[in-house]
Write a protein that binds this ligand. Structure first.
Ligand code: ATP
Ligand code: MG
Length: 423
């Protein structure tokens, strides 16, 4: 036998059984996004590398060490598998001029790629659903996005297991002034900074504060706070956002250290966090990025969005037993005897036309082995056709899951009976 070829580490197959859970989650998301007026956008998985470098930022974890970047051997271009969805979406918005006299509420869903150490809730191919609301200055849209995500947790039944953290990053000038003060402050601690900290001191000092190193906590706690550098407009934006979140009844915690790992954010930032998934606790993260369209060569336009790690939400749903077990099959059709399979096939056609999902048993097999398959299929009912039923234009209806007696019914009675059971 030839040697087996395996999937790439950190990139997972979604097998039958699990795929139903994905479809359930995706279905809830599509309904939610439609309910809030969002439209789907689908961009390529591969983009020119400079798109990500310019938008996410040169000295971020993603660009420094996580991107799958390769050279197009035909023309030498540097290409990258998308590590997140905002850059590609905004590239498309600018390229197709979607903000000309218009605002946009957009959503995307699909695989993203980051070269990270695989562990529970962290993969090299993972999936995000995300939104971008463009052309709205906020803070009303910032609050609507919080409402929409809170609504999602409600619909999924996990509101009790997630908590909202928010912060503001101010505007570019305020960040620059704070940054200077922060660098001056951090320079006093250069001796105790770890490798990452030393490297980021002048490139991305805010991230030095985002440390998980307990030895650096006291230093981080005493650092100049961005909030003290905010001007009136930024302060009003933040206060307006908080008042609206409170007004729609969503609980939140202010976390002045929430900075996000991507460079393009300003003003409102937030994360939905769960304590149920260990270190991989952020299920949804987002914020405002008012300078990004301009940075990508478009006209200036305000924007805000989030990315949600779908595997992490599914892990949480699975942990709480909130995922559907059903295969979606209503009827498993079993038959035996001369002419019975064809009769069953015609019956299957009529049942599907009446709105049922039907699996017809294929090939030979005793009734017993066929019934075993029917049980394994997860179908609610078996419909059975033997020689007697064939001769009398009938079929047997047998409930598989909810108990109840089996009945012999005429072909037309069968459809009526099923309809009655469904309603
Ligand atoms: P983390 O701190 O967990 O690395 P991040 O700040 O890199 O997250 P973002 O770039 O904000 O994450 O992506 C948004 C969301 O996508 C995250 O909150 C998380 O739910 C999910 N996510 C990010 N990286 C991965 C990954 N490697 N595997 C699975 N989900 C991921
Ligand atoms: Mg990360």
């Amino acid at each position: 036998m030839a040697e087996k070829i395996q999937a790439i580490r950190g990139m997972n197959d979604v097998l039958p059984g699990e795929s139903q859970q994905w479809e359930y989650f995706e279905g809830v998301l599509r309904t939610l996004l439609t309910d809030y007026g969002y439209q789907n956008i689908r961009t390529p998985i591969v983009e020119n590398t400079p798109l990500f470098v310019r938008s996410i930022g040169e000295v971020t974890d993603i660009v420094e060490k996580e991107m799958y970047t390769f050279t197009d051997s035909l023309n030498g271009d540097s290409l990258t598998l998308r590590p997140e969805g905002t850059a590609g979406t905004l590239r498309a918005v600018v390229e197709h001029n979607l903000l000309y006299n218009a605002t946009q509420r957009l959503w995307y869903m699909g695989p993203m790629y980051r070269h990270e150490r695989p562990q529970k809730g962290r993969y090299r191919q993972f999936h995000q659903v995300g939104i971008e609301a463009l052309g709205f200055a906020g803070p009303d849209i910032d609050a609507e996005i919080i409402m929409m995500t809170a609504d999602l947790w409600q619909r999924l039944g996990i509101s009790d297991y997630v908590r909202l953290e928010i912060n503001t990053l101010g505007n570019a000038d305020e960040r620059a002034r704070h940054r200077e003060a922060l660098i001056r402050y951090l320079e006093q601690f250069v001796d105790i900074l770890d490798e990452d900290g030393k490297r980021r001191l002048y490139t991305n000092p805010l991230r030095v504060l985002d440390t998980k190193n307990p030895a650096l906590q006291a230093m981080a706690d005493g650092a100049p706070r961005l909030i003290d550098y905010l001007g009136d407009a930024s302060r009003a934006h933040y206060d307006g956002w908080k008042a609206m979140i409170a007004g729609i009844g969503v609980d939140f915690v202010e976390n002045p250290r929430l900075v996000r790992g991507l460079d393009y954010y300003n003003q409102s930032v937030f994360e939905w966090v769960t304590t149920e998934l260990g270190a991989q606790g952020t299920v949804c993260a987002g914020g405002r990025y008012d300078g990004l369209t301009e940075q990508l060569g478009g006209k200036p336009a305000p924007g805000i969005g989030f990315g949600m790690g779908m595997e992490r939400v599914l892990l949480l749903l699975a942990d709480k037993g909130l995922l559907p077990a059903s295969s979606g099959t209503d009827i498993y059709l079993v038959s035996q005897g001369d002419g019975a399979p064809l009769y069953a096939m015609q019956l299957a056609k009529a049942l599907r036309a009446a709105g049922y999902a039907v699996i017809q048993h294929m090939g030979e097999g005793s009734f017993k082995s066929q019934m075993k398959k029917a049980d394994q299929s997860g179908a609610r009912y078996a419909v059975i056709v033997g020689e007697n039923e064939l001769a009398n234009d009938q079929a047997v209806l047998k409930p598989l899951r909810d108990g109840g007696e089996q009945e012999t019914l005429g072909r037309h009675e069968l459809v009526a009976k099923l309809a009655a059971l469904k309603s």
